[in-house]
Ligand binder design. Sequence first.
Ligand code: GDP
Ligand code: MG
Length: 160
Amino acid sequence: APSAVSRPTMAMERSYIMIKPDGVQRGLVGKIITRFEERGYKLAGLKLKQADEALLKKHYKDLVDKPFFPKLLAYMISGPVVCMAWEGKDVVAMGRKMLGETNPLASAPGTIRGDFCLEVWRNICHGSDSVENADKEIALWFGEAEVVDHESAMQDWIYE
Ligand code: GDP
Ligand code: MG
């Protein structure tokens, strides 16, 4: 195995990716995880959680004044979500591309929303829109001990 000494000390970013209640109920958890795994991203945090209103108001703090917020809240507390922290090169911007557009009908086939859903209220997943927000969202949804620093055995085959 490559030695720890030769390993590049890349400052890897993380994104908060969340499978929404419809994605969980439709049995899409494995497929969505697989996409990030196969791309080469590393899982740093993972859990199933029933969100509540207080948590969602913090998570969607920029949207709380929108007319659609009550509906968004009802959607997001309608069942458990899968919370994930994915780590790797450009994972925030790439995660958004992998998700597709907010409106699934505007999402290209090949994206998660473009392959698995049709409606903005059933758009199955969330992805952080900036590195700064990703850090905030990971800190909001996970306890400190739930996000794990670890080395992937595949790292040197994915990164040069
Ligand atoms: P996202 O970052 O692509 O998830 O989109 P936003 O952060 O703007 O919105 C949060 C979520 O609110 C979306 O993913 C939808 O589930 C829901 N939503 C429903 N209707 C609307 C709408 O008219 N505009 C936006 N932006 N979001 C909507
Ligand atoms: Mg958003």
